[in-house]
Design a protein around this ligand. Structure first.
Ligand code: ZN
Length: 268
C-alpha cells in the first residue's frame, strides 16, 4: 500500500538534510489492545482485574492508569512504569491492576524530524499532515530533547470514587526543564468518542526513567516523531459489577471528554 506523499516540507537551514524528509515504511494491519473504556473511567470505574503482566502480553508500547487512579502508566520497550503525583517513576509489580490501558506493538510506518522549537500545538499540526487519513488510529512516539515539558498525574483515590472530572481537579502541574525522553501516545478518531479520548492522549517518561506524567504541553529542542498506523482494535471490557452498572453514554459525554482533555491534554 502506498501512502500519501502530500507531506509539508518544513526543512529549515538547521535541519540535517537526510532526516528532513519524512521516511515512509511498508504498512501491515496493526492491532491496538485496549482494556475498558474512557467513558467507564469518566464514570468512576477505577478498578478491574486486568494485570500489568497481562497488558504487557498484548503490547510493548502504550499508556494507561492503575487501580484507584494510582498514577499514570507508560509502557515502553516492553516495560511498564508507574508515574505518581509527586513526579516520581517506579516499576509496578506485574500483578498490579489497571482499570484502563491502551497498548500496541509499535512498528513505525512514518518517521520524521519535528521542526525545532515547536510547541505541542505546532507539533500536532505537523503530525496531522504526516498522517495518511484521520480515519485510522495511530500510535505516536516522539523521542528527543525538550526545552520544557509540563505534565500532571492522577492521584490515588479513595472509595466512594468520584467521577474523573472531579477526581483530577486537584492534580498538580509538573514542569520539567531541559529534559530528554520519550512521548508515548495514541491519536484517536472522533468516531471513537467514549471508547477513548478523541484527539491525542500522551504520556511522557524521561531517559533516566525518574520523571514523567500525563502531557499538557511542551516545546521541542530536537526530536523525532514516529507514527504507527493501527487498523484493528481489540477491546476488552471488565466483568465487574461497577462496569455493569456504569452509565457509559451520559448526555454530557462530550462535555466530560472535553473537560477531561484538560487532564488528558492533547499533544495534537
Ligand atoms: Zn493519561
Amino acid at each position: 500500500m502506498t501512502v500519501s506523499t502530500d507531506i509539508p516540507d518544513v526543512r529549515t537551514a538547521h535541519d540535517p538534510a537526510p532526516q528532513a524528509r519524512p521516511q515512509h515504511f511498508a504498512q501491515r494491519r496493526h492491532e491496538i489492545f485496549q482494556t475498558s473504556l474512557m467513558s467507564a473511567l469518566l464514570d468512576g470505574v477505577y478498578e478491574d482485574e486486568m494485570t500489568v503482566g497481562e497488558i504487557l502480553g498484548h503490547g510493548s508500547f502504550g499508556i494507561g492508569t492503575f487501580n484507584a487512579l494510582d498514577g499514570e502508566m507508560v509502557v515502553l520497550d516492553g516495560r511498564a512504569y508507574q508515574l505518581r503525583g509527586d513526579g516520581s517513576v517506579t516499576l509496578p509489580s506485574l500483578d498490579a491492576h489497571s482499570p484502563y490501558a491502551v497498548v500496541t506493538n509499535f512498528v513505525p510506518t512514518v518517521r520524521a524530524e519535528l521542526p525545532e522549537h515547536v510547541t505541542r500545538a505546532e507539533a500536532g499540526t505537523y503530525i496531522d499532515r504526516l498522517t495518511e487519513s484521520p480515519n485510522y488510529m495511530y500510535a505516536l512516539r516522539i523521542t528527543g530533547e525538550f526545552e520544557w515539558m509540563t505534565a500532571r498525574t492522577v492521584t490515588r483515590q479513595e472509595k466512594p470514587y468520584r467521577p474523573m472530572t472531579q477526581a483530577t481537579d486537584e492534580d498538580a502541574m509538573l514542569r520539567f526543564a531541559h529534559t530528554r525522553g520519550t512521548v508515548v501516545g495514541f491519536r484517536t478518531p472522533l468516531y471513537e468518542q467514549g471508547i477513548g479520548v478523541p484527539g491525542c492522549h500522551a504520556h511522557y517518561v524521561d531517559d533516566s526513567r525518574r520523571h514523567g506524567g500525563h502531557i499538557l504541553d511542551f516545546r521541542v529542542e530536537h526530536a523525532q516523531v514516529e507514527l504507527c498506523i493501527c487498523t484493528d482494535l481489540h477491546l476488552r471490557l471488565p466483568l465487574t459489577s461497577e462496569f455493569r452498572q456504569a452509565n457509559l453514554a451520559p448526555d454530557d459525554l462530550r462535555a466530560q471528554l472535553e473537560k477531561s482533555e484538560v487532564h488528558s491534554a492533547r499533544v495534537a
